[in-house]
Every structure is written in C-alpha cells, then in structure tokens.
Ligand binder design. Structure first.
Ligand SMILES: N[C@@H](CCC(=O)N[C@@H](CS)C(=O)NCC(=O)O)C(=O)O
Length: 210
C-alpha cells in the first residue's frame, strides 16, 4: 500500500494513526499542500485524487482510495484487529458521531484552501487565525458536551481507541497549537492525556505548519 500525505495534514494524520493501530507499515509519498511547495493541485496528483486533497491510499490491488474516513473504514474491514469501531451498535453510532463532528463540521472550515481564500479576500493573518480559533472552539465545545452525555469508557466511544479518537486527536493537537487551551474542555483534555500515552497517536499527530 502507498499513502499520499503531507505531515502537516490532520486528515492524513487520521490515516497514519489508523495504520499504526493496525500495525501496518506502508510506502509514503509526500504531497505538499502549502504555499510554494504545494503540489496537490498539479495534474499529476489530480490523477490520484481529483479533489486535490490528502490523504489518498493506493491499495495492494492498485485501487486508489480517497477521503480519510472511507480509507479508515476500508483498513478496518480489511485488517480486523484491533477493531476501530466498537462492538455495540449504539457505541458504533457514537464513534461516527464524534468522528463526523470533527471531520465534517470542524475541519472543512480550516484547511489551506479555505485559509488561502480568506487571505485572498484581504483578511489579515490574525483575522484568519481568529476564524480558525472560532470554529475550533464552537466545534470542540459541542464535542466535549457530546462526550459528557455519552462517554462511558476510557476512550471517546468505549474502552478501546476508535474512529472517534482518531479524528479528535489531530484536531485537538491543532487547537492547542493555535492557542486554544484544552483546559476549557475537561473531557477532551482527559482523553488527550490518555491518547498521548499510546505511541500510534503520539507518533502520528499532524506536524506544525512552519
Ligand atoms: N474530507 C477530506 C478532507 C481532506 C483535506 O481537506 N485534506 C487537507 C489537508 S488536512 C488538504 O489536502 N488540503 C489541501 C488544500 O486545502 O488545498 C478527508 O477526510 O480526507
């Protein structure tokens, strides 16, 4: 398998964490997504992913998969252990709830294509940072409340790390990086402390934008 990624990408970080939890080593190719180094919009990479986004995964059978959640579910079905979705039906739904609260409702407001557009309509660097902090704060406040209502185990959706933790971890790392203290979200802060003890998470978070 081959993973197309950029180390700064939190969506690619989700897939890296899933691969590490599954104990799978894959070939990797860096697809720069920032500034002058960006190659994600070049025709060669659009052949891989017409959306021009990372991650993408080339399977051993030569099939190209895109969208981090679809890739993670593929890996989970292909390599059964350890499962990345809980056994209980309602817990599985909750794992997907948390995953989508991050991947569908927070993250799409923040990536380079969005911040570059905001810059192009004359928002200052500080305005753009405020935008990002605002949407992360709104989103993680809701996720913390979801955890308050539904979290029963050691991790977000049970006693084993799941798709929920895989999506939440990179987003929370980036929240701290942009100046938001996790102390305002006690359940997320506690969860992050536990996840940081697991090498698959600690070693595969998003790298800082330099
Ligand atoms: N929903 C997609 C999101 C992918 C995505 O937005 N990736 C970002 C990096 S985290 C990217 O490639 N951004 C390039 C850009 O915004 O131009 C997924 O989960 O894979």
């Amino acid at each position: 398998m081959k993973l197309f990624e950029d180390k700064i990408s939190s969506a690619a970080s989700r897939v890296r964490i899933a691969l590490a939890l599954k104990g799978r080593d894959v070939e990797r190719e860096t697809i720069g997504i920032l500034g002058a180094d960006a190659i994600n919009r070049k025709p060669e990479y659009l052949q891989v992913n017409p959306q021009g986004l990372v991650p993408a995964l080339l399977t051993d059978e030569g099939v190209l998969l895109t969208q981090s959640l679809a890739i993670i579910e593929y890996l989970d079905e292909r390599y059964r252990e350890p499962p990345l979705l809980p056994g209980k039906l309602e817990d599985r739904a909750f794992a997907r709830t948390v995953a989508l609260a991050v991947a569908a409702d927070i993250h799409p407001l923040l990536p380079p294509r969005v911040t570059a557009y905001l810059g192009s309509i004359d928002l200052s660097t500080e305005d753009i940072a405020d935008w990002s902090r605002h949407w992360i704060r709104v989103g993680l406040t809701a996720v913390d409340e979801l955890l308050a209502r539904r979290q029963t185990g050691r991790y977000a959706a049970g006693d084993a790390p799941s798709l929920a933790d895989i999506c939440l971890f990179p987003q929370a790392v980036n929240a701290e990086r942009i100046g938001l203290s996790l102390d305002q979200w006690p359940r997320i802060a506690a969860l992050m402390a536990r996840l940081r003890e697991i090498p698959a998470f600690a070693d595969n978070g998003p790298a800082p934008r330099t």
